[in-house]
Design a protein. Structure first.
Length: 91
């Protein structure tokens, strides 16, 4: 069973923080995209909090790298996720 949720805390217009909780995998990416779209509509500053992210698959790592490359900041990133984000993954 894949347990994942996105907790949203908003302080518009300053920022919206999306906290990813649980196990993120490719089937959750549409939900995450929707959350990012809604957050961007509320505030120009969207932050992703990874403190409670426990597991992620390769597609999710690539997705997070794309978010980071677009300038979305991460906070509370566990060391294992930082290592994966900084590794070179190619198709």
């Amino acid at each position: 069973m894949d347990l994942f949720r996105v907790d949203v805390s908003a302080d518009p217009p300053k920022s919206v923080t999306l906290a990813f909780v649980g196990h993120l995998n490719r089937c959750h990416l549409p939900e995450v995209n929707q959350a990012l779209t809604r957050a961007s509509a509320q505030s120009p500053r969207v932050i992703i909090d990874l403190r409670e992210l426990r597991l992620l698959d390769r597609d999710s790592v690539l997705f997070l790298r794309a978010c980071r490359d677009r300038g979305i900041p991460f906070v509370n990133t566990p060391p294992f996720i930082l290592r994966w984000l900084n590794q070179c993954y190619t198709n």
